[in-house]
Write a protein that binds this ligand. Structure first.
Ligand code: ADP
Ligand code: MG
Length: 352
């Protein structure tokens, strides 16, 4: 124990937000040092990561969507479950090594925030990957806990607080009290599904095929969950589904909002469902403390408004929602000695 804390002075303690869309790494005392897409490029039909294992993150994302036939870009956590252990391991190894480099002789302690939906087997795989990547000690914390900490919620108090983290592949909803999740729910509807809904709308309404990355741009530029601010239009380019030729058209913010209703409805259902399952005392707390939103999906205009309308509770958006989980892991690392036994955290069996 003491030895481990002593080593802490010499080694990097790393916090990792292993997100379905983006992976962020922070180092204790240095803040966020890496922020890249959770993407790996491999040779098709194999688990061979291109560029000698370096086609990960930004480099791999650039290959997405415009890859020649022999290359595929994989998002191993796309649905909040690990679809491929080997690829996840390659990705985690790459990110840990890149941050750790050869800076110290002492191997790092690593705290990883994982989607709460992942299974015990998948958790084990994350532990193993991090240990393989030369971590000295590995801790796993569920993403909603890290998000709540990053958002500054008083997680150790005996008061209920609700966190809703809308990421790319999953939305995690949890009510936290006394450093644990009292009720939680993880659904596979989030930011990616907003993009998908826009792709489908363009197909159905205009016979126009647009790429997912372009759909994401439409969402970010003119998308909304509720009418806030002036309505705007945007020129969209894609391929005509009948003629097969490139074509453009103009869409309005109203129609994009309409197209987003379905996935937003699912997120609201997950929130109300979680509220229904809460003990009355915790539910009563939430009237005061309300709902905190985190994750990139909470940047969709007006999403706080529709959640407020559906629940009647006060809704706030965390400061810098895209880095909330990563910053939470950083705070966690600072409090590791006092929190590792009390806060819901899983650690590998191996002692240093
Ligand atoms: P994860 O934790 O699953 O990796 P993130 O919290 O990084 O996900 O959020 C990624 C999602 O946030 C993506 O679907 C992305 O399109 C969306 N996003 C990012 N910025 C915005 C924005 N300004 N408006 C709406 N959605 C956004
Ligand atoms: Mg996330």
């Amino acid at each position: 124990m003491f030895f481990d804390s002593f080593l802490g002075w010499f080694s990097l303690d790393m916090g990792i937000d292993l997100g379905t869309c983006n992976t962020l790494v922070c180092v204790r005392g240095q803040g966020i040092v890496l922020n890249e897409p959770s993407v790996v490029a491999v040779r098709k039909g194999t688990n061979i990561v291109l560029n000698n294992g370096n086609a990960v993150g930004l480099m791999a994302k650039e290959m997405l969507g415009k890859t020649p036939g022999s290359i595929t870009a994989i998002r191993p956590l796309k649905d909040g479950v690990i679809s491929d252990f080997e690829i996840t391991e390659a990705m985690l190894t790459y990110f840990i090594r890149r941050v750790h480099g050869r800076r110290t002789l002492v191997r790092p302690r690593v705290l990883i925030a994982i989607p709460s939906g992942i299974t015990a087997v998948e958790k084990q795989a994350v532990f193993q990957s991090a240990l393989q990547a030369e971590a000295r000690k590995v801790y796993l914390v569920e993403e909603p806990m890290a998000a709540a900490i990053g958002a500054g919620l008083p997680i150790t108090e005996a008061t209920g607080n609700m966190i809703v983290d809308i990421g790319g592949g999953t939305t995690e909803v949890a009510i936290i009290s006394l450093a644990d999740m009292a009720v939680s729910e993880s659904i596979r509807t989030a930011g990616d599904n907003f993009d998908e809904a826009i792709v489908n709308h363009m197909k159905k309404t205009y016979n126009l095929m647009v790429g997912e990355q372009f759909a994401e741009r439409i969402k970010i530029d003119i998308g909304s969950a509720a009418a806030v601010g002036p309505e705007v239009t945007m020129e969209v380019r894609g391929r005509d589904m009948i003629s097969g030729l490139p074509r453009k058209c103009v869409v309005t913010s109203e129609e994009i909002r309409e197209a987003l209703q379905e996935p937003i409805g699912k997120i609201i259902d997950a929130i109300t469902h979680t509220l229904e399952r809460a003990e009355p005392e915790l539910a009563a707390d939430l009237v005061e403390t309300g709902i905190m939103l985190a994750g990139g999906g909470s940047l969709l205009r007006g999403i706080d408004k529709v959640i407020h309308q559906a629940t009647g509770l006060p809704v706030r958006i965390a400061e810098d929602p895209l880095t909330c989980v990563a910053r939470g892991t950083s705070v966690f690392l600072e409090n590791l000695e006092s929190w590792k036994d009390s806060v819901a955290v899983h650690s590998d069996a191996e002692e240093s």
